[in-house]
Design a protein around this ligand. Structure first.
Ligand SMILES: [Fe+2]
Ligand SMILES: [Fe+2]
Length: 364
């Protein structure tokens, strides 16, 4: 299935993103050998053991023969933020259903492309992290991500729709892959992108009406909860021992990533989608005029129509990313000022994050 046919370049904050079919770039990476093979005996080793015990085979575990009708919505309409907006309610039932089917396909496509990014970053951590136990753990994560690419590719094939990768997500993962140190790769992936994914998967698990998609997402989430934990248990002590300049360098990288998501990415949709070619395609495929759509969205926003996520759904930035960065000491006083200037409130409550890492992948 051809995902992207045109080349383009988009600027996202300080990060440029190239959107070309089969994008390839060269990147010299520090590769670390270690000859100290003894395992660490700490929580990183626990994660490695958990990962070995919890490997699964999608052929055996998942009911791939489940029938899926791609023309019907895959999620419960009540859980969609657009359904609460007056302009959306004025669309015909068929337009609403087509939009929902396509916008869910667009989201699932982001899961798929994001998983490929995770596969590459996990492989990158395997060869760049200097610690033996962390290398073994990162190898298990690489296998997990391969499985995630496989299951979402198979599901997207079933609904016969793959939308292009959102420019902001591509920019975020490219900046992570191109970064100059493994700590940034882990911040970009294990703390930021995977927090985003864990929140989005939780919300998909709660709202989908498709049994196959529910089972896929549940099993992927169990793996992702380990990946988010790794960012904490490995990187936390590394950052604690760092000098101030290095810590600020990492804190600034984390800020850039969050700023990109807060201002360019979307949490359940929004006006930022106007610059997302994939989302514009969703509107075109649903027969919805883009100007009308964004005007309606703006009016709903101005009128204060509730755009909060329904109970049980997770806001990835507030519930997962910022608490994760706070916990490892990356919300430094200097970084705190940058968040303030960018209008991003800091959240330090670890409750949702810790519950999801602790083997309870579904939010309470
Ligand atoms: Fe994954
Ligand atoms: Fe992951």
């Amino acid at each position: 299935m051809n995902v992207l046919t045109k080349s383009s370049e988009v600027t996202k904050g300080d990060w440029k993103v190239s959107m070309t079919p089969d994008d390839i770039y060269r990147h010299p990476m520090d590769i670390a050998w270690t000859f100290k093979y003894e395992l660490s005996g700490d929580r990183v080793e626990d994660l490695y053991k958990r990962a070995k015990q919890n490997q699964w085979d999608s052929d055996q575990l998942l009911p791939w023969d489940t029938a899926v009708d791609p023309s019907k919505p895959l999620i419960n309409a009540r859980s969609d933020v657009y359904h609460q907006m007056p302009f959306f309610q004025k669309l015909s039932k068929s337009q609403q259903e087509t939009f929902q089917a396509h916008s869910t396909a667009q989201l699932l496509s982001q899961f798929l492309h994001g998983e490929q990014g995770a596969l590459m970053t996990a492989a990158c951590v395997t060869h760049s992290v200097p610690d033996a136990t962390a290398k073994l753990y990162a190898a298990t994560q690489t296998m997990d991500e391969a499985r995630h690419v496989e299951v979402y590719a198979r599901y997207c094939d079933k609904i016969a729709m793959v939308y292009p990768m959102s420019p902001w997500l591509k920019a975020l993962i490219d900046a992570t892959l191109k970064s100059d140190r493994y700590e940034k790769v882990m911040i970009g992936m294990n703390m930021v992108v995977e927090s985003l994914a864990l929140g989005a998967f939780n919300n998909m698990y709660r709202t989908t009406t498709c049994e196959l998609l529910k089972k896929i997402t549940f099993n992927v989430m169990r793996d992702e909860s380990r990946h988010v934990s790794f960012g904490h248990v490995y990187l936390g002590p590394v950052i604690a021992k760092m000098g101030e300049a290095d810590r600020e360098d990492l804190a600034d990288f984390a800020f850039q990533a969050i700023n990109l998501i807060a201002n360019g990415g979307t949490q359940g949709g929004g006006l930022a989608n106007r610059v997302d070619p994939g989302f514009m395609e969703v509107l075109a495929n649903s027969g919805i005029d883009a100007d009308d759509f964004f005007k309606g969205l703006q009016e709903a926003q101005d009128a204060g129509v509730n755009q909060e996520l329904p109970p049980g759904q997770i806001h990835s930035i507030k519930d997962l990313m910022l608490p994760a960065l706070f916990r490892v000491g990356l919300i430094t006083p200097t970084a705190r000022k940058k968040y303030e200037e960018a209008g991003i409130p800091i959240f330090e409550d670890l409750q949702v994050l810790e519950a999801m890492e602790g083997g309870h992948p579904i939010a309470a």
